[in-house]
Ligand binder design. Structure first.
Ligand code: COA
Length: 185
């Protein structure tokens, strides 16, 4: 069985072990994020966990891949859990609107540890996260995925997503072409 959990101290050893195996929960900043998280867990595990749950955007600005800093949106992260850490799924939004700034690549992002892929976990995790997005009052969510990421496309389509746009990511991300999907809630 797979579920999404609010990250807690009881989940941390398994999550940390996944980072130590080289997995990154961040599809944009990859190894850099893995290193940063391991360091943060070492310094103050409780503060690290608290920072993952930030529906009022109290946290520090977000650093984009080119180093630009932008204000943090309200958001929270859940860990994909099957008795062990299986992945991470995050949700961010703006209060009162479904719109996102152009430098925010979708409302929801996810990553599965490589050794637990192709078990339906990401599809189920997204289904569960959509309920949380509905609960904050959004009429739809947008999710972006690169054209060459069929696994992610399948996860989105299996949850009722429709392709709505082809666009170029902001220069801060390198300007690559990407796809925007929408899921009505
Ligand atoms: C995308 C990702 C989250 C999918 O996780 P997952 O738990 O393996 O997904 P699921 O098991 O729910 O699989 C979804 C579908 O994609 C298919 N799939 C999985 N990996 C695939 C691959 N490499 N190529 C083609 N299809 C693939 C699965 O077979 C399944 O299809 P099915 O329902 O027809 O069988 C995972 O591959 C991952 O973490 N990738 C790196 C990070 C990433 O790309 N995140 C998304 C950014 S938009």
């Amino acid at each position: 069985m797979v579920e999404i959990v609010k990250p807690g101290l009881e989940h941390l050893p398994s999550y940390k072990a996944a980072l130590e195996r080289g997995w990154s929960p961040d599809n944009v900043r990859l190894e850099e994020a893995t290193r940063e998280q391991l360091a943060a867990i070492e310094v103050d595990p409780v503060a690290f966990l608290a920072g993952l749950d930030d529906p009022e955007a109290k946290g520090p600005p977000v650093t984009l891949p080119d180093g630009t800093k932008v204000p943090r949106l309200p958001g929270f992260r859940r860990w994909i859990w099957d008795g062990e850490a299986a992945g991470s799924i995050g949700f961010r939004w703006q209060h009162g609107t479904a719109a996102l700034p152009s430098h925010v690549l979708g409302h929801i992002g996810y990553a599965e540890v490589p050794w637990k892929r192709r078990r339906g976990y990401a599809t189920e995790a997204l289904r569960l996260m959509l309920a949380e997005a509905r609960a904050v009052g959004l009429p739809f969510v947008e999710i972006t995925a690169k054209p060459h990421n069929p696994a992610s496309h399948k996860v989105i389509l299996a949850n009722g997503g429709k392709l709505v746009d082809r666009f170029f990511e902001d220069a801060a991300y390198g300007g690559a072409e990407s796809l925007r999907f929408r899921i009505n809630l």
